[in-house]
Ligand binder design. Structure first.
Ligand code: PAF
Length: 294
């Protein structure tokens, strides 16, 4: 396909741009984004390029109103489309799909949406009711429009990754969901389009999230209380009101409750944190290994 990406803003243009690859047996790889692309997205695009090989990489750029609650940052969500195109071209994207809200939701909010189940009411879902319904609904639509073989999601939004994987499996969508490790600044802060909202002091405080996760992970091999204590000790360095801690959670890799820690066998788990610095809500997570609760 051509070196600079084809631009599609309607479903017909998307179908036309993908017609050559559909005639071959080569795969289509989708990287869904809301734009404001950074090095974390570049890592997704690079993985997609590698896995799609001679097939097509599609990057969608769409700020999805359905996943923002009233009062959230939909209006101020950064829009940097020209820069996004430059990054897409650099990373070898074949098609950039940037539809309007009307194109994705003709006739307004859809009547039928994807119900994400109980997990969507916990962790992120507890402070963002309806968020994952909006995410899964738009991802299902993007899958329907793009019909990808593979789709790439960052581990930074870990709950989203777990839920999209469940959706693809539970609804037999036949899309292989690939998780890509979080990209970080040199001081550990996970890259996020929302980091640009932080003022210099908040930016300094923001490293406490990844430092806490690393402190918890460093207690790998110990039980839940020891991991939690180590992470909380670091989080306490930035007390309220500077950091409003939303949650520190330790869950199984598919975000179930951790139970039955075996005395002899290390258990794979995930430590997750969310907090608000001023009006900016940040999240982060790391894989950890737990030992018995002693
Ligand atoms: O992670 C995001 O940027 C969004 O939630 C996604 C997956 C593109 C759906 O709008």
């Amino acid at each position: 396909m051509s070196p600079s990406p084809a631009l599609a803003s309607t479903r017909e243009e998307l179908a036309d741009a993908l017609a050559p690859v559909r005639r071959s047996a080569a795969p289509v790889a989708l990287v869904p984004t809301m734009g404001a692309l950074h090095d974390g997205h570049a890592a997704l695009l690079r993985s997609a390029r590698e896995r799609a090989s001679s097939g097509a990489v599609v990057a969608s750029v769409f700020v999805n109103p359905l996943q923002f609650a009233p009062g959230e940052d939909l209006d101020r969500y950064p829009r940097t489309f020209d820069d996004d195109l430059v990054l897409c071209e650099k990373e070898g994207v074949d098609v950039v799909f940037a539809p309007s809200v009307d194109e994705v939701y003709p006739g307004g909010e859809p009547l039928v949406t994807v119900e994400p189940g109980a997990l969507a009411t916990e962790l992120e879902g507890e402070s963002r009711p309806g968020h994952f319904r909006g995410v899964l609904t738009v991802v299902a639509k993007l899958f329907g429009l793009t019909r990808p073989d593979l789709a790439f999601f960052g581990e930074k939004d870990y709950q989203q990754l777990v839920l999209v994987r469940r959706m693809s499996r539970d609804l037999c969508l036949g899309v292989d969901i690939v998780g890509v490790p979080t990209v970080r600044e040199a001081d550990g802060l996970a890259l996020s389009s929302r980091n640009r909202y932080l003022d210099p002091v908040q930016r300094e405080h923001a490293t406490v999230l990844s430092r806490a996760l690393r402190a918890g992970a460093a207690r790998g091999g110990f039980g839940l209380p020891a991991v939690r204590w180590a992470a909380m000790r670091v989080l306490d360095e930035v007390p309220e009101p500077e950091l409003e801690l939303d949650y520190l959670a330790i869950r199984t890799p598919d975000l179930g409750e951790v139970t039955d820690l075996h005395p002899a066998t290390p258990t794979e788990a995930r430590i997750l944190v969310a907090g608000r610095l001023g009006s900016t809500r940040l999240i982060d997570n790391l894989p950890i290994t737990l030992g018995p609760d002693v």
